[in-house]
Design a protein around this ligand. Structure first.
Ligand code: GDP
Length: 505
């Protein structure tokens, strides 16, 4: 199997992420010249809107080789408005390159990204960019990074000799110290181990524009990055993006076990569909392949209702993103466009970006979506115009409230009209902020059969549960099924749904 590394590249806007990606491709011999974002001809900025605005909105890939390793570089949106997408990409990375500008240092968004990388346990390398411009010096920038992002940041200063570097790294572990005192060098496998645990985050310096230090950085990345191990026999994949190429629906996934062959059957959400085509993208071009193996990233055609964040085969679904929009907007449609007909189009867009969460608000009689801010609003307006030919606008952003419970509470729900029967008893307890909804059961299966218990669990997990104060989404609670009862003749699936929601209320 080919050696492969999926490397994410992340940064605050303007740190030089796009330019650095270009420099990687240039060093690897994939580009003849350093295409410049400022000229609107960067390799990865394939979307028209991106070229115009000079920012990266949609995560995409580039492929190149360094030595015997194929690197799949996953670009991520730099703007704060698109962090939900960044977060989904994080879950498929083998390691990440966090770009920091030498002239601006660590920015608020850099800190957010660093926290996310920590949350998903992604081994990280930092590249301090723009050292061709006047800046405070490598030592000063490194000190700033250690102060802001933590002591695990370890500078690899340019031009320093091996011994000096080994001496500094020796402080990171017993083993490194031992090797250093022994022969004045560094134990590379120990460095890799520390990097994989995020106990060490190497910091390199250079300039994406002049390509200075970029080659050395790539070589270090390839030799030090931890190599993931996959089960070669059992198929698994994690979907991180849904996109459209004209009318073709593309499901982007990372294969996390076994392999996917063209015409293989893929099962999800009770559906059985075939992988009609497998594409390997690089920039806006792709080549088709018959087979994608564990560790690779590919786009699959033929899957009609997959979702970003979904797991296939042995892979579980990803958790909900930490960064969620906090504003909800009314979608204002032109007169000749009924909401009912437009809703499915919004649903299509939300497959690409699940954080939009389009809903029809019955009470206010309006269509709503969730958005991170102005830039995303502008992009969405444009996307809807380009794709559906509809001119929409958005109302004022309103804060999205959420509800939780202050202390533990029990609830019982009955549903027993004629020839129906279900009874559910729930315990609801508060959890720390950011926990979301956790479900459990302590109900014995001889009291309530496991198929009914599973149904209660799926109602709790798949329904948007609302609080009782203002009907806002319920969050940060643990819901435990204490007991329940069914009737041998009269119980139907829907009865448990009703009883569960009543118990919750
Ligand atoms: P992104 O928003 O992080 O993708 O950043 P870009 O790659 O678009 O770069 C932002 C700006 O910084 C552009 O004007 C680049 O030409 C410039 N830039 C990027 N890297 C360097 C560098 O190493 N040196 C200098 N002097 N400018 C750079």
């Amino acid at each position: 199997m080919k050696k492969r590394l999926v490397v994410g590249i992340l940064a605050h806007v303007d740190a030089g992420k796009t330019t650095l990606s270009e420099a990687f491709l240039y060093m690897a011999g994939k580009l003849r010249k350093l295409g410049r974002v400022d000229h609107g001809d960067a390799f990865l900025d394939t979307d028209e809107v991106e070229r115009e605005r000079g920012i990266t909105i949609y995560a995409k890939e580039a492929r190149f080789e360094v030595g015997d390793t194929e690197i799949v570089l996953a670009d991520t949106p730099g703007h704060v408005d698109f962090s939900a997408e960044t977060e989904r990409v994080l879950q498929v990375l083998d390691c990440a390159v966090l770009v920091v500008s030498a002239t601006d240092g660590v920015q608020a968004h850099t800190r957010t990204l660093s926290k996310l990388l920590d949350r998903y346990g992604v081994p990280t390398f930092i590249f301090v960019n723009k050292t061709d411009l006047p800046f405070a010096g490598e030592q000063a920038v490194a000190d700033g990074i250690r102060k802001d992002l933590g002591e695990s940041a370890a500078p690899f200063f340019s031009g320093e000799n091996e011994r000096t570097r080994a001496e500094r790294l020796a402080l990171f572990s017993e083993k490194l110290l031992e090797k250093y005192t022994e022969d004045g060098t560094t134990d590379e496998s120990e460095l890799t181990r520390l990097i994989s645990k995020r106990k060490l985050i190497p910091v390199f310096f250079g300039s994406a524009r002049t390509a200075d230090g970029v080659g050395a950085f790539l070589n270090a990345l390839v030799s030090l990055a931890p190599r993931p191990v996959y089960d070669p026999d059992i198929f698994g994949a994690r979907i991180f993006k849904i996109a459209h190429d004209g009318n073709v629906r593309l499901t982007f996934m990372k294969i996390t076990g076994g392999a996917l062959n063209v015409r293989d059957v893929v099962k999800y959400d009770g559906k059985t569909e075939k992988a009609a085509q497998i594409r390997l993208y690089s920039g806006n071009t792709f080549r088709q392949t018959d087979r994608a193996e564990a560790g690779d990233i590919c786009a699959v055609i033929g899957l009609t209702s997959t979702r970003a964040g979904q797991g296939l085969g042995a892979e579980e679904d990803g958790g909900s993103p930490t960064l969620e929009p906090v504003l909800t907007y009314r979608v204002i449609l032109p007169e000749n466009c009924p909401e009912r007909l437009f809703f499915p189009k919004l649903t299509e867009l939300s497959e690409e970006d699940p954080s939009l969460r389009p809903v029809w608000n019955e009470e206010l009689q309006e269509l709503q979506v969730r958005l991170m801010g102005d830039v995303q609003t502008e992009i969405l307006t444009r996307k809807i115009r380009d794709r559906f030919g509809v001119e929409v606008s958005f109302g004022e952003g309103r804060i999205l409230y959420k509800e939780t419970v202050a202390s533990a509470v029990e609830g019982v729900g009955h549903f027993e009209p004629l020839r129906h029967y279900a009874e559910v008893h729930l315990l609801i307890e508060p959890l720390p902020r950011g926990s979301g909804i956790v479900t459990d059961s302590v109900c014995p299966t001889d009291e309530l059969a496991s198929n009914w218990q599973n149904l209660v669990d799926s109602v709790l997990n798949e329904t948007q549960l609302s609080g009782v104060l203002i009907g806002a989404p319920l969050t940060d609670v643990k819901i435990t099924l204490l007991s329940g009862r069914s009737h041998p003749k009269h119980t139907e699936g829907g009865d448990f749904r009703e009883a569960t929601l009543r118990a919750l209320r």
